[in-house]
Write a new protein. Structure first.
Length: 267
């Protein structure tokens, strides 16, 4: 790659569907969702992405696909390849084609084949390791297919059992190069040996989801105690309100696929 090549941070997003009212729910009781407010919150989220230097790739609204705003679950985008998933919820599988079409402009595309399942929210990258949550949405065979796709590029895949929450990233995310935000009630700490971590406040069990962009973390306003723990740990925190999206078991990593376009695409 020429040294003069310009790097651009891309964030793929999709608008809130009016069907979000009938979203998939696994661990939360259904509560009324204000669609207009959810859209306002999503717009604020996109503004936060723009502020930290992302260029938005907005997918068209998918009015029949309730959970389609949560684009993270549809793909894992690495420097060398994008792996389009096969979501664990059958209602979400129609989301992937449009995502693959966009990602195909930036990466070579691979996919997860039936009957395996894999949600992007179950995949956490730290350096050249992909931690994959074995949850209600992602199967062992999905993990094995992912491992086959990424092994040629030097990635190691490690299985992490998840209990009591939707995805691995409901239990643990990165808040620094090798620092995690983690809830030990939902995931064991042993797989993350050698890394540092900050535990969520016990009053905020769903507070482990944070979106790290460069040296700043986008974090939900609904978890102030954990936000303060992050700040005390030296993490720069930018708080936004995503309360309506949280009612749909969404969080800040869920609403985007963020990657760098560094011209390492195959012709």
């Amino acid at each position: 790659m020429p040294s003069s090549a310009k790097q651009v941070r891309i964030a793929v997003t999709r608008p809130v569907s009016p069907a979000l009212l009938r979203c998939e729910l696994t661990h939360l009781a259904r509560a009324p969702i204000d669609i207009d407010r959810a859209r306002e919150q999503h717009a604020t989220y996109e503004q936060a992405l723009l502020r930290v230097g992302c260029r938005l790739e907005r997918l068209p609204e998918a009015p029949l696909l309730a959970d389609s705003v949560f684009v993270e679950d549809t793909a894992i985008v690495l420097d060398e390849i994008a792996v389009v998933t096969r979501p664990g919820a059958p209602s979400r599988r129609a989301e992937t084609d449009s995502v693959a079409k966009v990602l195909g402009r930036y990466r070579r595309i691979a996919g997860i084949a039936a009957p395996a399942t894999l949600d992007g929210g179950d995949v956490l990258r730290v350096n050249r390791t992909l931690y994959v949550g074995l949850s209600g949405r992602s199967s062992r065979s999905g993990l094995e297919q992912l491992a086959e796709h990424v092994a040629p590029f030097g990635y190691r895949v490690e299985a992490v059992p998840v209990h009591g929450c939707l995805h691995l990233k409901s239990a643990v995310t990165r808040v620094g190069p090798e620092t995690l935000l983690l809830n030990p009630q939902y995931v064991a700490t042993e797989p993350f040996r050698g890394l540092e971590w900050i535990e969520v406040d016990s009053a905020e069990p769903l507070g482990a989801n944070a979106l790290l962009l460069d040296s700043e973390v986008i974090y939900p306003a609904s978890k102030p105690r954990t936000a303060e723990r992050l700040r005390r740990g030296g993490v720069a925190v930018s708080v936004i309100d995503v309360s309506e999206l949280e009612k749909a078991e969404g969080a800040v990593t869920c609403c985007s696929l963020v990657f760098v376009d560094d011209d390492r695409r195959e012709p």
